[in-house]
Design a protein around this ligand. Structure first.
Ligand code: HEC
Length: 453
């Protein structure tokens, strides 16, 4: 009797907690036979969202969003956001323009937990991250939804690989105090700060740190940990002999808010090496791929913090460059740096500049970002040539905070193929704008990282 009760309790517990039917009576739909959106519906919305987002609940009223299968697609693609800040920013709930819609879809902003720092710092009026309650969708689910948006957010058809859902890791917002990373077993640690950010302000600066390596090293993993409030962290280097002053803070803006011309002049030959927008990131290069860092190297560390509080905030960053011996390196990663300096933007006009960079060997691009100044409206990057000719791989409409996009698997470009940059500028001044360092001048730069065979 006792045993029987126990077994029933276990069964009941399982019915309640496991979510799966322990008797095996109901059939799980076979995912391969469903469209991408049906999978999103049954595997993601039904399991994480419809408890609130269904007809009749107070949450559905508050959000004016219903995610049950009868109406969810239309609710997402045909109705504007209810949130007024999102309306003001001209977001759609879900856009159907492919990659650029990732950046203009409110749904993506609301579920993209790993970018929570950006969400809360830049969009305090967007409400809570979803699902409300603090537990992010899995990394696989997030990737699945973003790939669906990139594919144009169709109602029907299979456009995303179901295998992505196998990644069931979940991002968690770090709690508690920041702790400096433990130094790598093999490699170097760079430490930035602590430094102060004044109340209700932003601080962006550079700080050149020598690495202290007397020999060439090979880095195959970059780990970055930051105290909260960070917007981004980028590592740059310079051609030999072209370094800025060492170990001093070079702020982009003076205390009175004017641009610091010395800092601006110091970055002319800067080359992007690696960057992240996440507070805790750990990037492992593909097997056998490593960055080659020459002896006696150093990095210009570019940090950008935002402090929306009324108190002084302390920022701090630690960076681990994990190394492997040269004998284990089969492919060397390189920086991609294409600065298009011959741009010409007539006064009072919107101008689109397009430039193509082709490569004279086969390359594998694993990170891309862009740089321009305040007249930039959009910067897009497309694949040029080959099977994927014309495919958009990068989009930003934010000149100040362009995304740092990583590609896994990398984008492979055959010899002779390339990347097309398309930048659109609104020159609302009364003089022609050209390439230049000052914020009233413009730039058009494609940055990235790649390796060759
Ligand atoms: C515990 C209840 C709850 C759950 C679960 C939940 N939401 Fe929400 N959601 C809300 C509330 C309340 C709002 C309105 C306030 C806000 O935006 O923070 C909202 C707002 C939204 C909005 C903004 C709607 C608009 O147009 O302003 C989106 C998009 C959204 N939720 C998506 C989701 C998705 C996707 C899931 C599941 C992954 C989810 N929500 C799970 C309660 C919930």
């Amino acid at each position: 009797m006792k045993y029987y009760l126990f077994a029933t309790a276990i069964l009941l517990l399982c019915v309640v907690a496991c979510g799966d039917d322990p008797t095996g009576m109901t059939e799980e739909p076979i995912l391969d036979q469903l469209s991408t959106y049906q999978i999103i519906q049954t595997e993601i919305w039904d399991k994480n969202c419809t408890s609130c987002h269904q007809a009749g609940t107070s949450q559905a009223k508050q959000s004016d969003l219903i995610l049950t299968s009868d109406v969810s697609y239309a609710e997402l693609t045909q109705k504007d956001p209810k949130n007024t800040a999102a309306q003001r920013d001209e977001l759609q709930r879900v856009g159907t323009k492919g990659l650029q819609s990732v950046y203009t879809s409110f749904l993506w902003e609301k579920i993209n937990y790993p970018d929570y720092a950006h969400y809360y710092d830049d969009h305090p009026d967007y409400g809570a991250l979803m699902p409300q309650g603090g537990r992010s969708l899995t990394n696989g689910e997030l990737r699945f939804v973003s790939e669906w948006i990139i594919a144009g957010a169709p109602d029907t058809g299979q456009v995303v690989d179901v295998a992505l859902l196998e990644d069931t890791d979940r991002f968690e917002i770090p709690v508690g105090d920041y702790e400096r990373l433990e130094a790598p077993v093999s490699g170097h640690q760079l430490q930035l700060g602590p430094f102060d950010i004044e109340p209700q302000s932003e601080r962006e600066f550079l700080y050149f740190t020598p690495l202290g390596n007397d020999q060439e090293i090979y880095v195959n993993r970059v780990e970055i940990g930051m105290r909260e409030g960070s917007h981004h962290m980028i590592l740059y280097d310079y051609p030999q002999g072209d370094r800025p002053a060492q170990e001093v803070y070079r702020d982009y803006y003076n205390k009175d808010g004017s641009p610091n011309l010395f800092t601006i002049a110091s970055v002319l030959n800067q080359r992007f090496v690696f960057g992240t927008q996440l507070r805790d990131s750990d990037y492992q290069f593909p097997d056998g791929v490593a960055l080659r860092i020459p002896a006696d190297a150093g990095f210009d560390l570019n940090s950008h913090y935002v402090n929306r509080t009324d108190d002084v905030h302390v920022g701090e960053v630690s960076i681990n460059l994990h190394t492997i011996p040269k004998s284990q390196v089969s492919k060397v990663a390189e920086n991609l740096f294409e600065s298009y300096q011959d741009i010409l933007l007539p006064a009072g006009q919107i101008t689109t500049e397009e430039r193509v960079s082709t490569f004279d060997e086969r390359i594998h691009v694993f990170q891309l970002t862009s740089h321009a100044h305040e007249h930039m409206m959009t910067y897009e990057i497309f694949i040029e040539g080959g099977d994927r000719d014309g495919e958009q791989v990068y989009f930003t409409n934010d000149w100040e905070h362009p995304p740092l996009v990583t590609f896994d698997p990398p984008i492979t470009l055959e010899k002779g193929q390339g990347l097309r940059s398309r930048a659109t500028y609104d020159n609302d001044t009364d003089k022609t704008l050209r390439f230049g360092l000052l914020s009233e001048d413009e730039m058009m730069i494609l940055f990235g990282a790649y390796y060759t065979d």
